[in-house]
Design a protein around this ligand. Structure first.
Ligand code: MN
Length: 504
């Protein structure tokens, strides 16, 4: 449930179509009913943004004007449309062709049951969304509009689930359009293919402004962090995590932890100063830093920033968008890397982790704060949060630049509790089984060109990512229980053609 208090200040506008033909009495009733529907959706506790009723629309001019107003209102993240009566759809052409916000078509009606004994032509005239929504649906198809169609009574829990999911996708799309990403060190890991991509195209299509800074610029900010801020953070660590003795107050490596806190505070200051909500690091550029910021990345992800390792700005953006979608939901979102397998037949598992940078929002319990030496690119011993991910359903989302377009993969999976402890593994990890099973899931991922990094999401569902991708005009392939490899191969082949023809 989304309480009134943690609702976003973003809005979805509820637009009701009709026409003048029915006379003022009927229109008054249309207006009253649609107001009640909007209020019911808004008060359902299911939608994380406000649903704002707008006066009913009966002319092309009204419709055009409200679509332009939606475009220019920074709080409006999308419009929900519904035809209570018949609303001749040519009236919608001017508005819809100018609409730049996500569009949902809520195919509902005011009443649940037909009033069998009482039904007459007045009732039929007033309650004809079955009729009017088909006329309106045609123009959406005719205009090749990307729209979410949600069918059912407005109090139906399934309808609310779909509307909630779509509103979260719209929140992510709104964030995407103004997302600023900083690349500390300004580079990809050398020779790596999948983490690269066309940043200009990403900004044109997705709104992401991606810029690099020398690590020296960051080192300067880190050096200026006041001691009081370091004290505050270190005591927060004491409260939140189970520290190994060396990191505790008076411990041999407590100073290392203080430096980690300084890094976290410096990175946060740098990000906030520039309005950046996502960032990347690279272990190949640490000039001026004592240590690879790893624990700081864990901490900043937990505070809602997106992160991608080795310069991976695409995954950094997805992690941020996942967090925007579901900040008020249980379960977390983390940067993740497919690392190694357990291949015992019938019990196959994927062990996902990273060198350090896994977000504690996905942890099963209170994380341990440990200190270990780093084998790659490392300098000093590094603190890091170590934990297992919480068992349950999750999805991995990833994005690849295929040259000419980007493809998103959304793969459903089930996180499982490890059957054995891994006492020597010095990193946070998630153990999962892809759907429908290990072999088909891994094969589909590789066939579609999915990389080794993803946004691992306990809190976001596959349809929510899919809706986001559609809003963004991204190619999206989804792997779940119904994965059919033969159909997937065809889908990928046909998408090649569809995107060349400009069909979205
Ligand atoms: Mn990596």
């Amino acid at each position: 449930m989304t309480s009134e208090a943690n609702k976003s200040d973003k809005e979805l506008w509820f637009l009701t179509g009709s026409q003048h033909l029915y006379g003022p009495e009927t229109l008054k009733q249309v207006s009253e009913n649609s107001r009640q529907i909007a209020a019911s959706l808004d008060g359902s506790g299911r939608v994380p943004v406000r649903i704002v009723w707008k006066p009913i629309l009966t002319t092309p001019e009204d419709i055009h004007a409200v679509c332009l107003a939606a475009n220019s209102d920074p709080n409006c993240i999308g419009v929900i449309t519904w035809m209570h009566t018949f609303s001749p759809a040519k009236m919608w052409i001017a508005g819809l062709t100018h609409l730049q916000k996500p569009l949902a078509h809520l195919h509902t009606q005011f009443n649940v049951e037909l009033p069998w004994g009482e039904i007459d032509m007045d009732f039929m005239n007033l309650n004809q969304s079955a009729h009017g929504d088909r006329e309106y649906g045609f123009i959406g198809a005719r205009l090749r509009m990307n729209r979410k169609i949600i069918v059912g009574h407005f109090r139906d829990p399934e309808v609310l689930t779909e509307l909630e999911g779509w509103s979260r996708s719209a929140l992510a799309w709104s964030e995407s359009k103004s997302l600023k990403i900083v690349r500390f060190g300004g580079m990809n890991m050398r020779e790596v293919a999948v983490t690269g991509g066309d940043r200009v195209e990403a900004q044109i299509q997705l709104g992401w402004s991606i810029n690099g800074y020398g690590v020296g610029d960051l080192a300067k900010v880190i050096a200026e962090v006041p001691d009081a801020e370091v004290d505050r953070l270190v005591s927060e660590y004491d409260d939140l995590y189970s520290l190994v003795p060396a990191l505790r107050k008076g411990g041999a490596l407590r100073e290392n932890l203080r430096f980690e806190a300084r890094q976290e505070a410096g990175m946060k200051a740098f990000l906030d100063e520039g309005g950046y909500r996502a960032f990347t690091t690279t272990f190949e550029d640490l000039h001026g830093l004592k240590q690879l910021p790893g624990f700081a990345c864990q901490r900043l992800m937990a505070q809602g920033y997106g992160f991608g390792a080795e310069g991976d700005w695409k995954t950094a953006a997805l992690v941020r968008l996942g967090k925007v979608m579901t900040g008020d939901r249980p379960g977390g979102v983390s940067f993740m890397e497919d690392y190694t397998y357990h291949l015992t037949p019938g019990q196959e598992r994927i062990l996902g982790a990273h060198m350090i940078e896994v977000c504690p929002s996905i942890a099963a319990g209170r994380p341990n704060l440990e200190v270990h030496e780093l084998n790659i690119g490392g300098r000093a011993d590094l603190a890091r949060l170590v934990f297992d991910a919480k068992p349950g359903p999750a999805v991995n989302a990833t994005l690849m630049d295929l040259g000419g377009r980007m493809r998103m993969i959304v793969a459903e999976l089930d996180v499982v509790a490890p059957e054995h402890s891994m006492p020597k593994l010095p990193t946070a990890r998630a153990l999962w089984v892809p759907r429908p099973d290990f072999k088909r899931g891994a094969k589909a991922w590789i066939l579609a060109g999915g990389g080794h990094h993803s946004a691992f999401c306990q809190a976001v569902t596959a349809p929510e990512w899919e809706d986001f991708a559609k809003m963004a005009g991204l190619e999206v392939v989804r792997f779940g229980a119904d994965l059919d490899l033969h159909a997937l191969e065809n889908e990928l082949r046909w998408n090649e053609l569809a995107y060349k023809l400009g069909v979205r």
